[in-house]
Design a protein around this ligand. Structure first.
Ligand code: SF4
Length: 239
């Protein structure tokens, strides 16, 4: 069977920084460049804008896809109206053939949404933890009633090997990219990997980032790590 195609969907663009992981936000840089090039969708730069014209786009993708939601912003940003978020969820609910990955540094808003909506089974909920200061995001993520909850440790900026992984199905690790990339130490990546292996949690090693480790851009201890969770609860290999 063919692997599903990966897709991004940006019914919202724009955001504002919330924590240290935002210091070199790639989306902000891209949005400002596109604004300067005269691209109409980014005429407001990185201010929060909702895009009515793309909200129904996934309904038109006939083949199943893995869809990353709002790669150019944050659907959970406080400036995004709740009514708009509800409509985005309605589209995702109607597209059971797709698997949506919703990542936000504002999981408290996701948890709050669960009080008013039934979380669709095909929407995976994730948050970012860049260092120990943001473990509290996981408390909110665990309150989200999604089939799969995931953590993005990217950019990984410190040792998080004592993180509580209760209720988490997938962990992805990545170093920071770009000219000002802050380095990721190998023991930080190993610490998470070892916890995931011990606890049967899918582990994905994305990249070393701007300062590549001598063993290769995507290699950790001589191999790649491309595990991902299966909604049935099984771990699978090869994202
Ligand atoms: S939350 Fe994400 S999109 Fe928003 S500023 Fe931070 S890194 Fe950028």
């Amino acid at each position: 069977m063919n692997k599903p195609r990966h897709e991004t969907w940006n019914p919202v663009t724009g955001c504002s920084p919330v924590s240290e992981g935002c210091d070199h936000c790639y989306a902000r840089g891209i949005a400002l460049r596109l604004r300067d090039m005269g691209v109409a969708r980014y005429s407001e730069g990185f201010s929060v804008v909702v895009h009515e014209d793309v909200i129904e786009k996934p309904l038109h993708w006939r083949d199943p896809r893995i869809v990353f939601v709002t790669s150019m912003g944050d659907l959970m940003h406080p400036e995004v109206p709740e009514d708009f978020i509800n409509r985005v969820f309605d589209v995702m609910r109607r597209c059971a053939r797709h698997q949506f990955q919703l990542l936000s540094k504002r999981p408290e808003r996701m948890a709050g949404l669960c009080r008013t909506i039934d979380w669709p089974a095909n929407v995976w909920a994730g948050t970012t933890v860049e260092n120990r200061s943001f473990y509290h995001r996981l408390e909110n993520l665990r309150r989200v009633d999604s089939a799969i909850r995931f953590i993005s440790f990217e950019p990984l900026l410190g040792d998080v090997s004592d993180v509580d992984l209760t209720g988490i199905h997938w962990a992805a690790v990545g170093g920071e990219s770009g000219p000002e990339a802050r380095p990721m130490r190998i023991e930080w990546a190993r610490g998470i990997r070892d916890r995931c292996v011990r606890e049967g949690i899918a582990f994905y090693f994305k990249q070393w980032g701007g300062r590549h480790h001598s063993s290769g851009g995507r290699m950790l201890d001589g191999r790649t790590w491309d595990q991902s969770p299966d909604p049935s609860g099984q771990m699978r290999l090869g994202l």
